[in-house]
Ligand binder design. Structure first.
Ligand code: ADP
Ligand code: MG
Length: 287
């Protein structure tokens, strides 16, 4: 099963003097169980695209199909789609409303009519998944937490509902690098343990290189590339045309090549790059 977009256009203020084509002829497919990045300059249409995935926006033309069901403005269809696709928006803590973390995380489950036991169980498991100790955090006010903890609460409230597709719009924006890494590592283990599909909108190319095997590059409302993340960063023309920043690992690999170093690294993520560098250095030492 999958999420597919077929010939999707989206026009803001369609028919008005200031109408704006935010998405143009988008065709793409996200397969079950993938960890996919969506990248592109500010204003390239990432958030607009994501809002189509659970029927917050509907295409002006074309269709969005989730596990075979076309998303349309119909109560039953939207209920089905939203049961499958959960979105964590940018700065989700701005939308907190509950008095306790428990109520915040439990809100969606209660709305879906989970029994009290199911709510309790789902909330605890979701909090553990995102690295928050339920006993400690459930009674606290979500407003008194650190930025990283608040982001985890927001992600837990989506994870608790057990949706199959989890979409995150810049979930690590404004967090320190340790919290970023921890949150994404937890999402990766959720993907592995529960076969959840993770769609990550990000500006941070180091995290995209580390976690997303596949990437969708948007440029001025069109898909400039969909495929392997590694291939996207190696495509110099794509990188310059779409304004992608290269991850540190690629910059280092390029710099080493340019200065004719025998240490050749060509690895996708910083972690793997460091491993390959260590290996190169050890082998040279032994030679
Ligand atoms: P991104 O998330 O990649 O930064 P967005 O999807 O937020 O991009 O925006 C894509 C384009 O659509 C931008 O040019 C933006 O100004 C425009 N846009 C976004 N929201 C609206 C809106 N509500 N009304 C009109 N134009 C909008
Ligand atoms: Mg955005």
């Amino acid at each position: 099963m999958s999420i597919e977009l077929r010939n999707v256009d989206y026009v803001y203020d369609s028919g008005e003097p200031f109408e704006f084509f935010a998405l143009q002829n988008i065709n793409l497919c996200v397969e079950d169980g993938a960890f996919v990045g969506i990248v592109g300059r500010t204003g390239s249409g990432k958030s607009t695209l994501v809002e189509h995935l659970n029927g917050l926006l509907f295409p002006t033309r074309g269709e969005v199909v989730v596990d075979g069901t076309a998303v349309r403005n119909d109560r039953a269809v939207l209920a089905t789609i939203r049961r499958k696709v959960g979105i964590v928006f940018q700065y989700p803590e701005d939308q907190f409303f509950a008095e306790t973390v428990l109520d915040e995380v439990a809100f969606g489950c209660r709305n879906y009519g989970f029994s009290k036991e199911q709510v309790d169980d789902s909330v605890r498991r979701a909090m553990q998944t995102v690295g928050l100790d339920p006993e400690r955090f459930m009674p606290l006010s979500p407003f008194q937490l650190s930025g990283g903890e608040q982001r985890r609460v927001a992600i837990a409230s989506i994870v608790a509902m057990g949706q199959k597709y989890v979409v995150l719009d810049e979930p690590t924006a404004g967090l320190d690098s340790r919290s970023k890494l921890a949150i994404l590592t937890e999402l990766e283990s959720l993907r592995q343990s529960s076969n959840v599909t993770v769609i990550l909108v990000s500006h941070n190319m180091d995290e995209v290189a580390e976690f997303c095997k596949q990437v969708i590059v948007l440029n001025e409302g069109t898909v400039a590339f969909q495929g392997s993340t590694d291939a996207s960063f190696r495509d110099a023309d794509l990188v310059s045309r779409t304004g992608l920043e290269l991850p540190e690992s690629y910059r280092l690999a390029r710099a080493l090549q340019e200065c004719g170093s025998e240490l050749s690294v060509n690895e996708c993520s910083t972690g793997r790059m460091l491993d390959s560098l260590r290996l190169c250095i050890t082998e040279r030492g032994e030679a």
